[in-house]
Design a protein around this ligand. Sequence first.
Ligand SMILES: Cc1cc2nc3c(=O)[nH]c(=O)nc-3n(C[C@H](O)[C@H](O)[C@H](O)COP(=O)(O)OP(=O)(O)OC[C@H]3O[C@@H](n4cnc5c(N)ncnc54)[C@H](O)[C@@H]3O)c2cc1C
Length: 457
Amino acid sequence: MIQPERIHPLNDDSPRPNGTYILYWMQASQRSIYNHALEYAADLANKQRLPLFVIFGLTGNYPEANIRHYQFMVEGLRDVRDHLAERGIHFRVYSGSPDEVALATAERARIVVVDRGYLHHQKLWRKEVSEYAGCQVIQVESDVLVPTTMASTKEEFAARTLRPKIHREMKKFIAPVTERELLVKSGIDHIEEGLNLDDPHLLDQFDLDRSISPVREFTGGQTEAERRLQLFIETKLTNYGTGRNDITATNTTELSPYLHFGHISPLRILIQLIANASPSDENVAVLIEELIVRRELAINFVEQNEQYDSYKSLPEWSIKTLDKHREDTRDFLYTAEQLEGAQTHDQYWNAAMNEMKLRGMMKGYMRMYWGKKVIEWSPSPEVAYETLLYLNNKYFLDGRDPNSYANVAWIFGKHDRPWGERPVFGTVRYMNANGLKRKFDIEAYVQWVESLSDGAE
Ligand SMILES: Cc1cc2nc3c(=O)[nH]c(=O)nc-3n(C[C@H](O)[C@H](O)[C@H](O)COP(=O)(O)OP(=O)(O)OC[C@H]3O[C@@H](n4cnc5c(N)ncnc54)[C@H](O)[C@@H]3O)c2cc1C
């Protein structure tokens, strides 16, 4: 059974009596494994003795997405197509805005099921569809462990305020999501052919930003996500607790791009961890803190703060203190172009920027250093915020995510606390290169990034 807390009707409409299929409009949860929305739609299809039709709207105008993101996403959609075909579920990808594609296919649906998205445009699409579909539209939340409304219905102050709520509720939601056998596998006639996901020129029809290249190191899709998860459990989990911040090794999951595109669910990761490690394993506890508490804190932030993508979303204390130090002398000032070009005096920062450009990822600890320096080198905190969000969302494969907005805001004090007062930063937490030198073999990190550049085309 899908827990009722995950299920939310989006309108008061009734099922369409002559609808010939149950429609699952896939948008945020781009996977067929551990997808509560898909399995809920399958349950409805079986109850109503109807076939299940799964659709995805591929738009060339996805906010801030470029060829790097699109390629990763299409790789994931191929996986979905193949797996759904094995299960006898019809799947089509149509060209168009997701809401328009959903509305067009909803015309013959008895009920529409959709997964949940937390960003403005995702909410808007769901609102449009629930208003105009002409039948019942039900949203099922599958990309968090604890459904957001169960965790908290207000904007949380910090991890420490959300953590006890998550821990109180989480046990109830740690339940496997089994794949339902479809009772009716045929009966969807006359559906339009969709896009050919194997066409090497598929994305040519869209006017995408092609100024940056796709990332070869990361292939999108649930199969690759599962492989990486297994590899992490077998070879890296034992080092996660103590070694996750080591920038000269990879001791983390590197699953954030897969979580962003919904290629894997946090529940799936958690269940695999629990199945393969002892319940008292400290590494699992640390990963739960990142994967569940921190990640769901970011979702709480974008869900509850209408201004999550603006400087105005920052806490009052940090806006005040940064304002007080607005006129402080900056030892170095760089334009957004210089920063994007990794042309600063700081070779550690440049290496981080180059890692981001080449890999679409950055070691977690370097993300913090990278962000903090931009405050120090920008003419104002507002410009620093704009620059960081722009670079974050352009280059990271996991960018444009609730985590992107929450963590860029963290650089400016969100979910953090005031520290000792100093120039430019005021009481916002500061970081410097000495910390990097003390903690890591930072030169080895720089060399590693240079070796990546050597291999780049
Ligand atoms: C300035 C800055 C920008 C960031 N931008 C992004 C972003 O655009 N997208 C993104 O997904 N993460 C972002 N992060 C958070 C974090 O650095 C990455 O999630 C993490 O490095 C991804 O690597 P991983 O999958 O190997 O993480 P792991 O250590 O393996 O953690 C597992 C999962 O837990 C979650 N997680 C880990 N750390 C955090 C955190 N601090 N906050 C919230 N969730 C976390 C992620 O979903 C991650 O995939 C940013 C952090 C900073 C400081």
